[in-house]
Design a protein around this ligand. Sequence first.
Ligand code: HEC
Ligand code: HEC
Ligand code: HEC
Ligand code: HEC
Ligand code: HEC
Ligand code: HEC
Ligand code: HEC
Length: 361
Amino acid sequence: MSKCLLMLITFFSLAFNAFSLTKEEIDVLAQAKKPTHLLSENNPGGCKSCHAGIRYSGSEEEVQCYTCHGPKTKASKKLEKIRINVKQSKDVASDFDKPYKHPVEKRGLHKYGEVFPVTNPNVPRHSECLDCHSPHDSLPEVPHWGVSGVTIDGKFVKKAYYEYEVCFKCHGADANKPVYQRNKIREFNPNNPSYHPVVEKGKNNYLPSLKEGLTYETIIKCSDCHGSDTKGSRRARGVHGSNNDYILVSPYTKKEETLKPEYDLCYECHRKESILNNESFPFHREHIEGLKARNWKGTSCSTCHNPHGSEKNKFLIEFNPDYVTKETTTNRLEFKSEGIFRGSCYLKCHNVEHNPKSYAK
Ligand code: HEC
Ligand code: HEC
Ligand code: HEC
Ligand code: HEC
Ligand code: HEC
Ligand code: HEC
Ligand code: HEC
């Protein structure tokens, strides 16, 4: 591969979040480029800036990483004292200070040859920088390069190519997940009738709401939705921490009848005007904004859509059982698609029986 092509791959993968690299492209990059931390321009101190008198126990590495990836710390001053040049880099430390975050500060949970929680529910849950990053291998285009993962088929691999494979290590079939969390391997299964296109390109090529530049062939990443809420040049990429619940990049309300609900997250990629002008589902606006006449304040996208995927229905339809129950005539809780922008719902919600209620544009 020519140098020019290599530069193009680098440019596209950094300029567009949604641009996703193929296995072959990643292999080419990994062979052609020296890992970030072993380049003297990034790390003038070389091996010593991480290994000088500091033993990595594998459980407190975040303190060492914050030397460069955080505000100036005691550790960086200590390194300067022994004349190791520290180059301050993207600050991820302040994202980990936010209320919703990956719990990297739980100490001493990693052991050599540890049993992964997938097999043993009694192993405590944890996440460390090193679960998602390998400082000897990582590349700007592939920050998780060198880290293990689990494929969409549920197989453990030593080197994860795709970001989602890293996530599936802990958000797949693990026996020790919090009860409200769902198995992401099942939600993103390409055999499902619908899913957000993280693992495979989408199945629906007729979506009036998609913003310009996005098509049904676009691949997105978990980190397009989950990550820092900081905007602008100080933003560090990565699923580290956020002021938004569920570590989301933009505000999103899941609860019903909230005073000031926000769906900015969805509107990053779907046109708000299109959704609220009922360009697809003709009753979007009245469900999202509510009905003054009934004194009903409206409901969240999550009441009808699963943001990841649906094992049963098209259009990511999966009703939130907290608000939607069976209709009482025939005891059904069902969505039926009946053609383009036509369908029927059998359910009970906000005290209204749908047995069924149908829509057609
Ligand atoms: C950016 C920080 C960083 C730099 C730079 C770095 N290392 Fe490491 N190194 C680590 C961390 C973190 C571990 C612990 C890895 C683990 O527990 O999985 C480690 C582990 C090791 C180990 C133990 C075996 C292993 O691979 O787990 C050796 C040997 C090692 N490093 C050598 C080096 C050498 C030689 C250099 C310079 C060429 C270097 N390191 C540069 C962070 C760094
Ligand atoms: C000596 C300073 C230094 C230390 C210590 C350090 N980094 Fe970095 N790191 C950098 C620089 C410089 C970059 C490149 C610029 C950027 O992305 O901010 C970088 C980039 C990264 C990236 C982005 C992907 C890439 O390869 O470009 C990741 C991920 C990362 N570092 C993780 C870590 C982790 C985890 C640790 C602790 C084990 C660590 N770093 C310790 C300086 C450091
Ligand atoms: C080594 C295990 C591990 C890996 C790998 C991992 N996570 Fe997590 N994640 C956790 C733990 C532990 C929590 C804290 C809550 C819990 O126990 O699930 C968490 C929490 C979350 C939350 C917040 C959930 C909530 O209920 O508020 C999101 C979102 C998330 N992770 C997404 C991701 C994504 C995206 C990736 C891949 C880039 C990933 N995780 C990789 C262990 C992991
Ligand atoms: C299109 C945006 C989007 C993408 C892409 C996305 N998520 Fe989420 N995720 C959300 C939203 C919104 C919520 C919270 C609301 C809800 O659960 O209805 C959430 C919740 C979660 C939770 C906590 C609750 C649960 O369902 O378990 C975890 C864990 C999580 N996501 C992990 C992931 C992982 C791993 C990936 C990639 C494989 C991913 N997400 C991709 C939007 C997204
Ligand atoms: C990072 C961009 C991005 C974000 C954020 C996003 N979407 Fe999407 N969404 C897409 C893309 C791309 C598709 C096209 C997939 C296809 O063609 O099947 C899509 C498709 C959909 C579909 C149709 C799926 C089908 O198979 O018919 C629904 C419904 C949907 N999104 C709802 C949401 C909701 C609700 C949110 C907020 C929680 C959201 N999206 C946030 C990019 C995004
Ligand atoms: C749960 C997985 C996870 C954990 C834990 C995690 N990261 Fe990340 N990090 C990511 C992902 C995913 C990206 C890349 C996101 C993207 O491509 O947009 C990333 C990106 C980064 C970057 C690049 C920032 C930029 O804007 O260039 C740095 C630096 C980094 N991580 C450092 C760290 C450090 C230091 C720790 C521990 C304190 C850590 N990460 C813990 C998932 C994680
Ligand atoms: C009351 C249930 C309900 C709620 C609440 C709801 N939707 Fe939908 N949505 C649907 C149905 C049903 C369809 C499928 C319409 C069809 O094509 O038959 C749909 C289709 C979609 C589509 C795919 C077609 C298109 O317009 O591109 C997107 C995207 C979407 N919804 C986004 C959202 C977002 C964002 C929210 C919250 C702001 C939301 N929906 C709230 C029921 C709902």
